[in-house]
Ligand binder design. Sequence first.
Ligand code: THU
Length: 139
Amino acid sequence: MADGRQWSAEQLLEAAKQARSRAYVPYSNFGVGAVFMDADGHLHAGCNVENAAYGPTNCAERTALFRAIADGCKAGEFQVAAVIGDTDTPITPCGVCRQVMVELCAPDMPVVMGNMRGEYRIATVSELLPGAFTQKDLT
Ligand code: THU
């Protein structure tokens, strides 16, 4: 990118769409895909994985983030994330995923939220969960 960014919203959403195609969603039939770009520019992808007991279901965002951490990425070093679903307006991450992003991503990390119509909006992690409970509250 001319401005020094290693990403475009369209490229990230395309990768998230590919991840969405692998969603395991026999109960909701609502597939979601997500990607997180690490410090080196590599993408870590995830999809939602549902469960007959419903509660163990893992959202796409957490699948991607946990996978990235397990693969050696460091908390706070992600450049950007993207998430996509078949929603009327750009998809919006659930509260649990917002809390997990607050834990593992920088407050100013942009999150690209899109839908299958090509619409998207971008907000930072701290904009998505203002006033979050964090590590500093435990001291
Ligand atoms: N879901 C996600 O994976 N990410 C979101 O941002 C919203 C919701 C999943 C959870 C469940 O498998 C399905 O979408 C319906 O809620």
